[in-house]
Ligand binder design. Structure first.
Ligand SMILES: NC(=O)CCC(=O)C(=O)O
Length: 262
């Protein structure tokens, strides 16, 4: 499966401009290569201007859901739609959306863990639905959002549901770049699946974002890494047969003793 990842700069509180950037990137990226799956970052519509969500956030995933669905259908490409600032049932959420090549929404997830360092608990409600897998082109996959990466239980839950690829969409600050990179390697190695991440660059109100979007294979090899501060398209091709091979060579899942952990 061929990936293209948009390490973008999000304009805080300007969803229209961000949609323009995403549409231009999707069109150019599909024209220049032949990706199967595109990946966008966290909160790509509103950025981290959380005090402006009343004016800028989607309402029940619109207009982002229709926008992404149309792009997926038009270009016949799967889209891991990062996440969006989203209002539903009177509260704001950090909501992920995934679309297949037919433009069908195959997954939706609200970020569970709210990050205190970016004031999320003051403005957002945390999702309370368990993570699930979804399928794109017959491959089982999972997704978590940024701070969720620090909670290994989520990634393990997805591995136990047989995910072959974990996506992480993020706006991770450069103050903790090492954590961002090492935690991804750990999640890939301990769960023996691919980890595909998409972070942003640029800054908002004194917080610089770390770039370093990554593709890591189930052995912990880095197949692609973005720069610290450049707007970039990362491309990588995943050989999904390596998941089974590595799980045979180092049979972690057969060696588990779940009654000792639960
Ligand atoms: N957007 C985020 O969730 C940032 C997470 C973060 O800064 C950290 O875990 O450190």
């Amino acid at each position: 499966m061929k990936y293209a990842i948009y390490q973008m700069e999000v304009v805080a509180a300007d969803p229209e401009e961000n949609r323009r950037r995403v549409e231009e990137w999707v069109t150019e990226t599909v024209k220049r290569g032949d990706p199967d799956t595109l990946v966008l970052p966290e909160m790509w519509n509103t950025g981290y201007a959380l005090d402006k969500l009343e004016e800028t956030a989607d309402r029940k995933e619109e207009p982002s859901a229709s926008f992404l669905s149309e792009l997926a259908k038009k270009h016949q490409v799967n889209i891991i739609g990062g996440s969006i600032g989203n209002k539903k049932d009177g509260r704001f959420y950090n909501t992920n959306l995934v679309f297949n090549r037919a433009g069908e929404r195959v997954y939706q997830y609200d970020k569970i863990h709210l990050v205190p360092m970016l004031n999320e608990p003051k403005y957002l409600a945390g999702g309370r639905e368990k993570v699930q897998t979804f399928e794109l082109d017959g491959v089982k996959m999972g997704l978590i959002i940024c701070y969720d990466l620090r909670f290994p239980e989520l990634a393990r839950q997805l591995a136990l549901l047989d995910a072959q690829v974990l996506h992480i969409v993020a706006e991770w600050p450069s103050a903790r770049t090492d954590h961002w990179k090492y935690l991804q390697l750990a999640r890939a190695i301990e769960n023996q699946f691919f980890v595909v991440s998409c972070n942003v660059v640029g800054s908002h109100e004194g917080t610089d974002f770390a770039g370093n979007s990554m593709v890591t294979d189930p052995w912990g090899n880095e197949l692609a890494v973005g720069s610290n501060s450049g707007i970039e398209t990362l491309r990588a091709e995943l050989d999904l047969s390596s998941v089974e091979k590595i799980r045979e060579d180092v049979p972690v899942f057969d060696s588990r003793v779940p009654e000792m952990y639960d």
